[in-house]
Design a binder for this molecule. Structure first.
Ligand code: HEM
Length: 946
């Protein structure tokens, strides 16, 4: 082993030195600097790689040694090591052209070191996230910590808590009182409630299971002050309505308007006049289609609500107090007027699943809580199963209409004046609360928007496109093998002509779900995180790190596996974590290529999944980082595809496309026009002072309250507090990110001292100080056990400042406020690094845990056409994109293909588009440019003059 390691290290050293020697004379780096980098790489290689941390306070925080920084990013990377933010963003090649020292798209030399270094950092983070951040609320946590029957917890694969209860209609079929292993009809397709995805743990991920946590149970619900650490951290300063959520919203979230009349609180001007204007901070590389995409996704993954409402009890939502000179002071009517908040707003409380005191247990000399003090049900399936389209319980499925003429299809209607099929509208017999009247009849119908209408209709069409193609091929070759098999009669070939309408409907659902997962993984996310390491990382996530054939990603994996796991002294841990990682990241199709695959063999059907010892569900902390309301603009710049796409013909208020009005807007104007409009417009930056005006004042007639209004920005804070999400600084520590020592840390140190942007950030720092306040610190109070200071000492209330000094109440900052305030971000990141770290863990897990994305990605379930469709992004052979965008030859991206197929009116516009989530009129420039510049034939688009 040692010898192997030595060769690997020498090999790596040779690559790094070789790549630097190859720089030649054309490098812009001064010779001295170049030599220093060469030396740093050599020394770094000899000092060896870090091991995976044994305890959480020793984990990797995205911060590297000075040698590594110098090797991977030169002096620039060394300079920014002192900030709390992750280092990889300062490496060579991880930004735009200016991050490339040797010119465009050089795959050796500094760019190679920088990008592979970034990937290496991300892999360390992911492994340690899997190791330290899994906390299941379904009763399995004790076994995870203490192990069971001689197996360590992380190696467990089945849990008694995930058996079907006797009350479940499939109880007997799954095995009843005996060993439960789903079989027969239960395993052929995605089930309505998500049971039997993991055939040995039938309840996993099904509707109604508790949300998990990524933060230690003891640190959740900080206002309950469960531990001395939490008491010390917050000093009694926080609770559900303190600091006041509506005051936070008005002071920190409101979009400033240059002309409030032109915005009219988000309502725009009469007749949708294009003269209306609501200012918002825009992300130049991400469009409004991307904003609605993520709303569409969250409706697949989770919901705290049931059929559009919360629990029956009502509660206050703030607008009562603010800090004046650091002291909480009741708001006067004048203050209320000036702030624009509403003291008489009320909202229904969140549903609680369990709130009895949790059990405790001891293991290894420590006492643990067996679950969080309160838990909440995920009222959706946690699987990426397109349940927003197909249903997740007995009620929601009644709204899913199938075509009586061909029940394999979704029912789509013709609407006069606009082309293509449209989902039917809810009718009197459909189960739906009053607020959904007039909307399309879909499974997940809450907070209906024009974007949701767009995607539901689009994927309704895609479902039918698949069925049409299957029927077309079946008509040509009726006796050919469809690929499907029935586990009750596994040897029987199911010919194309034998496939029933139900079987075809189910196969189409599998295909649509997998396409959606693929779009999200390799099209939406690489545009959300628009840089080279993430492009490579996300493609590797889908295709498998080793399967990509990409030298950077493969090397990063080999380095971590060999050096990270190879050193562990604990044999169980070594093999366990080694296998976790070495087998894991293939993810899509993992375990589906075993020889002699047998659909009746649970090891084949289920063999590719990996839950890392903790059953899959989304954690509450995941919901928090998806509270992305600032993405939404107040006004949509409406265009007409049949006229001049460059022209903004109307400005339509988003609030006028809410609930039933979305359906009217869709049916009167059509999918193609909305696609063009949402595709061209930039979405809102995730930043403070960027919440839509309309969402701060939304009218929800379902509420039986004096105002029937809510501030959704404030509600986002309240919901997180109800769900016990740790506040921002501890949230970061829990996820292995470095915590901040005060509000000043939010200022981006890359900015010039006298720049306007830096002054704006300094202004935000003072606003945070005004809203959250300061206190005199006490260094004797230790505030966390998740992290220690760099010198190994505990982190205390003074956060590195002298005892007794006045420090910022940075520990009290709500998580959403904190990540919105993060202005230091990796290049092309539309989200913050704090949100990103949550995705690294959970985005991987929802692929790792799902057998339909791993060992059941097979023709036996999908049909052969289905498997090919997912791999090729549609029927027929793979289509390749022209040229090599950002240096990569790549297939035409999956959403672009879905749009071309189902909304053909968009074909001329889409010719210019590489990624459907990059604003369609933008010139992508070279190498991850973020410039807001029109492509030549969109030069007359007024959006580029703004
Ligand atoms: C027209 C646009 C939108 C409207 C009107 C809207 C409205 C709402 C409302 C009223 C709630 C409150 C539910 C509660 O009582 O807790 C909510 C929750 C939420 N919204 Fe939005 N929203 C919109 C767009 C988005 C977008 C683009 C995202 C992006 C991901 C998003 C993500 C969320 C999340 C994660 C929740 C919490 C859900 C839960 O707790 O289960 N929303 N939204």
């Amino acid at each position: 082993m040692k010898r192997c390691l030595w060769f690997l290290l020498c090999g790596l050293l040779a690559i790094q030195i070789g790549s630097i020697a190859a720089l030649g004379d054309d490098t812009p780096s001064p010779k001295k600097q170049e030599a220093a980098e060469v030396k740093a790489c050599a020394e770094m290689a000899f000092t060896g790689f870090r091991s995976i941390a044994d305890t959480r306070e020793k984990r990797f925080q995205g911060k590297v040694t000075e040698l590594s920084a110098l090797c991977r990013g030169g002096q620039n990377a060394v300079t920014f090591r002192m900030t709390p933010w992750v280092d990889f963003t300062n490496y060579w090649g991880t930004g735009d052209l200016s991050s490339l020292p040797k010119g465009y798209l050089n795959t050796s030399g500094p760019q190679f070191r920088g990008v592979s270094g970034g990937l290496l950092d991300l892999e360390y983070q992911r492994i340690e996230l899997i190791k330290f951040n899994l906390f299941d609320n379904a009763g399995t946590y004790r076994d995870y910590v203490a192990g069971r029957n001689g197996l360590t917890g992380a190696a467990l694969k089945t849990w008694p808590q995930l058996r079907l209860p006797q009350s479940n209609p499939n109880y007997v079929l799954a095995g009843g009182d005996g060993e439960q292993v789903c079989k027969g009809q239960l395993i052929r397709a995605r089930t309505l409630t998500g049971i039997c995805n993991d055939i040995r743990n039938p309840l996993m991920g099904s509707t109604g299971m508790p949300f998990a946590r990524n933060a230690e149970f003891e640190t959740t619900f900080p206002d309950l002050e469960q531990t001395q650490l939490t008491k010390n951290r917050h000093g009694g300063r926080i609770n559900l309505l303190t600091p006041d959520p509506q005051v936070i919203s008005r002071k920190l979230f409101t979009r400033a308007q240059s002309n409030s009349d032109a915005c009219n609180r988000g309502f725009g001007l009469p007749n949708n006049s294009p003269d209306a204007n609501c200012d918002y901070q825009k992300a130049p590389f991400f469009n409004v289609l991307a904003a609605y995409w993520i709303q569409f996704m969250t409706h697949d993954w989770f919901s705290h609500m049931e059929e559009g409402h919360n629990a029956p009890q009502m509660m206050e939502v703030g607008c009562t107090a603010q800090k004046v000179n650091g002291v909480a002071t009741p708001l006067t009517p004048d203050d209320v007027q000036k702030l624009g908040c509403r003291p008489s707003d009320r909202v229904d409380k969140t549903y609680v699943l369990q709130d009895s005191p949790p059990d405790q247990f001891s293991s290894g000399g420590r006492t643990y809580l067996a679950r969080a003090p309160r838990t909440f049900a995920n009222n959706n399936t946690a699987w990426w199963d397109a349940s927003q389209l197909y249903g997740f319980d007995d009620v929601s499925v009644k709204r899913v209409k199938r075509d009586p003429k061909d029940p394999a299809k979704m029912l789509l209607e013709t609407v006069s004046g606009v082309g293509g099929g449209y989902l039917p509208v809810l009718s009197a017999g459909d189960p739906a609360p009053a607020q959904w009247a007039g909307q399309e009849s879909v499974a997940f119908a809450d907070n209906w928007s024009i974007g949701l209408s767009f995607y539901h209709n689009l994927f309704g069409r895609e479902h039918n496109s698949f069925v049409d193609e299957f029927r077309r091929q079946a008509a040509l070759k009726p006796a050919a093998d469809s690929g499907l098999r029935n586990p009750s009669d596994p040897k029987q070939v199911i010919r194309n002509q034998d496939v029933s309408a139900d079987e075809l409907f189910d196969a189409a659902r599998l295909v649509v779900s997998a396409e959606i997962a693929k779009i999200h993984t390799i099209e939406w996310t690489p545009q959300l995180l628009y840089n080279e390491p993430l492009y490579k990382g996300m493609n590797a996530n889908w295709n498998g790190l080793l399967g990509t054939g990409d030298p950077d990603t493969s090397k990063a994996l080999a380095d971590v596996v060999t050096h990270g796991f190879g050193h562990s002294k604990n044999a169980t841990k070594e093999s366990q974590w080694y296998s976790v990682f070495a087998s894991g990241p293939g993810i899509f199709g993992m375990g589906s290529k075993v020889p002699h695959y047998d659909i009746t063999n649970p090891n084949d059907v289920n063999g590719g999944v990996n839950h890392f010892g903790s059953p899959f569900n989304f954690p509450e902390e995941f919901v928090t980082v998806y509270r992305l309301h600032p993405l939404v603009p107040d006004l949509i710049e409406y265009r007409d595809v049949s006229k001049a796409p460059n022209q903004i013909v109307e400005k339509v208020a988003v609030i006028e496309t809410f609930e039933g009005k979305a359906t009217d807007a869709m049916r009167s104007r059509g999918l193609a026009n909305w696609g063009l409009s949402l595709g061209r417009q930039r979405l809102g930056l995730l930043a403070l002072h960027n919440h839509p005006q309309f969402l701060q004042n939304i009218r929800l007639p379902r509420l039986d309250t004096p105002t029937q209004q809510l501030d959704i920005g404030a509600l986002d804070l309240i919901r997180d507090r109800e769900h016990g999400v740790p506040r921002f600084n501890e949230f970061r520590r829990q996820y292995g990110l470095r915590s901040l020592t005060g509000y000043d840390d939010f200022v981006d140190q890359h900015l010039a001292v006298d720049s306007a942007a830096r002054k704006e950030q300094a202004e935000i720092v003072s606003q945070l100080r005004e809203v959250y306040g300061t206190h005199v610190c006490d260094a004797s109070k230790v505030i966390t056990d998740a992290q220690v200071n760099e010198d190994g000492s505990p982190i205390n209330d003074c956060l590195g400042h002298p005892n007794g000094s006045v420090v910022d109440n940075i520990e009290d900052v709500d998580t959403v406020v904190g990540w919105l305030a993060e202005s230091t971000r990796p290049h092309g990141f539309a989200i913050s690094e704090t949100q990103f770290v949550v995705f690294i863990l959970n985005a991987s897990r929802r692929l790792f845990s799902d057998r339909f994305f791993t060992s059941s990605f097979r023709p036996e379930f999908y049909t052969q056409l289905g498997v090919d469709w997912v791999i090729n992004n549609g029927p027929g052979p793979q289509m390749m994109e022209a040229g090599a965008p950002n240096g990569h030859k790549q297939p035409v991206s999956p959403l672009k293909r879905v749009l071309l197929r189902n909304v053909p009116e968009l074909t001329p516009e889409l010719q210019h588009v590489v990624n459907a989530f990059d604003p369609w009129g933008r010139d992508r420039g070279q190498y991850y440019s973020l410039e807001w510049k029109a492509r030549p034939d969109a030069a007359s688009d007024p959006a580029f003059k703004q």
